[in-house]
Design a protein around this ligand. Structure first.
Ligand code: T1G
Length: 702
């Protein structure tokens, strides 16, 4: 028995009302295309119909083409076929957009003769975030509607624009304040009354075309988000073709779209898209999660992390109290919060009224008892086990037993911290990443006693503050820090001991795609933060020398990085520019000599290979030890929390793209050369001998 079509057609007077209903996001899959083609055919055969109106059910028009269909040949009718039926219809076709109209959904609407949108609609072509170009006429019709320059800007940014802005640039004909369907029906009746017919977008021309200046300007504007990418070149070629006759331009776009789909960059970005959605699902959780209501949040510790977390919850419309027994710390925190909101207003992200409303939600307090009526308490005090235990234990005295307690520790045992309270089952780690109100990643650390109910609440909290949750078991450095310490950063220090300079290592990894190299990151966060974290970690596990001997020596010497003007680099007059420091090189040479390490010229290729393979090898250990549930979770952690280039898919996806046999062979090579830290992970050896991959490993686990 065939599934009911996700597309329906009703006759409302002279209006043929086509409705898309394909939850959760009205993705335009094969069934929707079939339904649209059939509905258009029916309207064509019904002389009583004078206008066709296309709408969708639910809060959004559509999230675009079904991304799940990209890995197989597309079944007819294609979206282009549906669009041709719309564009050549004998009667006008109107699209009414509520909420999001992304990718193929906006392309569908642009093939219609008229478009309405409600005020808070969001219209965009985000294909570049998936490493592809719009493939259903977007690069041909958008320039015809808004001009080539604006079209290039919209497609290179991938960011949606509001209904009002869309109207101001001619992308939609009318913005609707009230009920969209009512407004759309009266718009259709007006078309009939005024005798207005079809208005094919394809008949419009693109004047002027895309000139080099416009291209250069757009590439400069989006340089940061497009670093290391190549899809933009295909976008430019497609939009340049928009000055050709429509059918020719469409053919050029189709060929370029096919090419973009096959590129490694797109495979990687699509992997990250689905990996982020998979990470958001809690294995073994009962489907019906008990809704956990959060009205008030208490954050203990008014440091940089505590203040950033406060902003994240105020942005989510929650009342927050920041507690610190040091008044000056509270004052600094309030200043930090004020200036963060001031810069958001300055960048046009929010208006002044919203900033003040959110600041007014955050109050400072000096006693832990003030957390009594909070639904959630997040501890973010100094990274010291005894101090944290004391704070957590003190909460039992006045915090009702059912309330949840989270710790923002980045290194300490969540299990041990939970057992300092009378409710270990309701304690878990919420590991935010600095800046906590910006970085998307939220590592949810599951202590050995943490209950499923508490974990489900943690996922709801992640959704509330718009973070990407990844669950980590409670172990040394969790997922991200473990890989950073034991793999990536440790190996970058080893390379410094063998002869590379901080500037060379950082430049090589920036070239690879990281926004910043490890030594620069260390200086930004403060070498002392790393050293203190390692001292805590050594209480759980030791590490053979050399293990961060340079960073720890810099801390000893008070060269803490940017905040003290000297670290791995020199910073003049409180500036941010990292300048090479010959004294640091001499210090490193001395540390090498102490260990009998021969120094030599090292190539950038070797630097990148060793740092990335070390990251991958520890990633495999993290999977073997069950700290991360999926290889794709590790990719989410590193792309959304540690700056690993998204267009390479994350360290484990990258390993698959290199080929696990090659990865295993190269790790064995370095194991012979460099010993201990390069012991190949058993999982890598197993996957290599099975000619398998991390993706396959994840699939088998499902
Ligand atoms: N195709 C298939 N599934 C999709 C989808 C899509 N386009 N968008 C979302 N989903 C699934 C998602 O995997 C999840 O599934 C569920 O919907 C809820 O999504 C021809 C070729 C719309 C802003 O790039 O940005 O059109 O995990 O958890 O946070 O030129 O989803 O529950 O099983 O993300 O509220 C262009 C992609 C496609 C938009 C909603 N469109 N989607 O966010 O929910 S390419 C996009 C999003 C294209 C044309 C080209 C977001 C969202 P599950 P969610 P959300």
């Amino acid at each position: 028995m065939r599934n009911p079509s996700p597309v329906s057609l009703d006759k409302q007077g002279a209006v043929g009302l086509i409705r898309i209903d394909n939850p959760p996001v009205n993705a335009i899959n094969h069934d929707v295309r079939v339904g649209l083609a059939e509905a258009m055919a029916q309207t064509a055969r019904n002389p009583e119909l004078k206008v066709v109106l296309i709408v969708s059910t639910g809060e959004l028009f559509s999230a675009g083409a079904d991304i799940n269909e990209f890995d197989r040949p597309l079944a007819e009718p294609s979206l282009q076929t549906v669009q041709a039926a719309i564009e050549t219809a004998r009667i006008p076709v109107v699209a009414a957009i509520r909420g999001l109209a992304l990718g193929g959904a906006l392309e569908l609407a642009m093939a219609c003769h008229y478009r309405l949108a409600n005020k808070n609609a969001k219209l965009g072509l985000p294909e570049i975030t998936l490493g592809i170009i719009p493939g259903a006429g977007g690069t041909q019709r958008l320039p015809r509607l808004v001009g080539a320059g604006r079209a290039l800007d919209m497609i290179l940014s991938g960011a949606p624009i509001s209904g009002s802005e869309a109207a101001s640039i001619g992308l939609v004909d009318e913005v609707v304040e009230g009920d969209l369907l009512d407004a759309a029906m009266s718009f259709c009746r007006r078309l009939i009354d005024d005798g207005l017919g079809p208005r094919p977008t394809c008949n419009r021309t693109v004047r002027p075309g895309l000139d080099d200046a416009a291209v250069a300007e757009a590439l400069h504007k989006h340089a940061r988000s497009l670093k290391g990418r190549s899809t933009q070149a295909l976008v430019i070629d497609a939009i340049r073709a928009a000055t050709l006759p429509f059918a020719e331009g469409l053919a050029v776009e189709a060929a370029l779209a096919q090419k973009s789909l096959a590129m490694r960059e797109s495979l990687a970005l699509r992997h990250v898209f689905f990996a982020e959605r998979a990470a958001g699902k809690l294995d073994g959780a009962p489907t019906e999660a008990k809704p956990f209501e959060i009205r008030r949040v208490a954050i203990i510790g008014a440091g940089t992390m505590g203040s950033g977390i406060a902003i994240a919850f105020a942005d989510a419309g929650r009342d927050v109290i920041v507690i610190d027994n040091a008044q000056p710390a509270l004052a600094r925190s309030q200043e930090f919060i004020r200036s963060a909101y001031a810069s958001s207003v300055q960048r046009g992200r929010i208006d002044q009224k919203t900033a003040e409303e959110r600041i007014s939600r955050i109050a400072g307090r000096t006693t832990v008892a003030d957390a009594a009526d909070a639904d959630l308490v997040i501890e973010a005090v100094f990274e010291d086990m005894d101090l944290k235990k004391q704070v957590l234990a003190s909460l039992d005295a006045f915090l009702p037993a059912e309330r949840l307690i989270a710790t923002n520790t980045s290194t300490l045992s969540v299990t041990e911290l939970g057992r300092a309270t009378a409710r270990p089952g309701r304690v878990f780690g919420l590991h935010f990443f600095s800046p906590a109100n910006v970085t998307k990643l939220l590592e949810i650390v599951r202590g050995r006693d943490t209950s499923m109910e508490a974990l489900q609440a943690a996922f709801q909290i992640a959704k509330l503050v718009k973070k990407i949750p990844v669950v980590s078991r409670d172990a040394f450095g969790f997922i991200g820090n473990r890989m950073m310490l034991d793999g990536y950063f440790r190996e970058s220090e080893q390379l410094l001991l063998e002869g590379a300079s901080p500037a060379q290592v950082d430049a090589a990894l920036k070239q690879f795609g990281f926004a910043m190299g490890p030594q620069r990151v260390s200086d930004l966060g403060g070498t002392d933060v790393g050293t203190k974290a390692r001292i805590q970690l050594y209480k759980r596990e030791s590490r053979p020398d050399p293990y961060f001997v340079i960073a720890d020596r810099l801390t000893e010497l008070g060269m803490l990085g940017q905040k003290t003007g000297r670290g791995f680099y020199r910073y003049e007059n409180g500036g941010r520019e990292a300048l090479p420091d010959p004294e640091v090189i001499r210090l490193i040479e001395a540390l090498s000599a102490e260990r009998g390490i021969a120094r030599r010229e090292i190539s950038d290729e070797e630097i990148v290979e060793r740092c990335i393979l070390a990251l991958i090898n520890v990633g495999a250990l993290v999977l073997e030890e069950g700290i991360a549930a999926r290889a794709s979770d590790i990719d989410v952690v590193w792309t959304s929390g540690y700056g690993f280039p998204r267009h390479l898919g994350g360290p484990m996806f990258y390993a698959d793209s290199l080929g696990i046999s090659h990865v295993a062979e190269r790790i064995r090579h370095y194991h012979k050369k460099l010993g201990h830290y390069w012991q190949p992970a058993t999982l890598i050896e197993r996957l290599a001998s099975a000619k398998s991959s991390f993706e396959e490993w994840d699939r088998q686990k499902v």
